[in-house]
Design a protein around this ligand. Sequence first.
Ligand SMILES: [Cu+2]
Length: 157
Amino acid sequence: MNRLYPILGFVVIGLIITCGCTAQTPPGPPATTPPSTFPPTPLTTATTPAPTTPVATPSPTVTATSLPTTQPTPSPGGTASVTIQNFAFVPGTLTITRGTTVTWVNQDSAPHTVVGDAFSSNTLSKGSAYSFTFGNAGTYRYHCGIHPSMTGTITVT
Ligand SMILES: [Cu+2]
């Protein structure tokens, strides 16, 4: 029996200590919100602008994309006419767009021809016609092979 008292005493003391400790520990202070006097963080952040040192970004070598070399095909079907009368081409100068077909019509009783660098007609009797389609831009001078003084010009744009 005598040896049990110290053990009980230790146990009791231990219980008291543990109980006391658990009892004394406050339930934890309420979450103390920081005092309102705490200097609020300034909303305006540093106004120093970010250094805008232009970093020489290597520009991507955008080589000119191969442009379509094919030009828009002129709308076919365009027509123009030149009358040959009184030993003259009427009108003497004519401006057309590419793809236009020019028709010469001989209204003279005399035969005529239409001769140019890019085209040449047969002999046109009265009432005969000759047509040529101008596909390329340029200035086309022509004349009558029979009467060299008869000249005309077709400008193709
Ligand atoms: Cu002629």
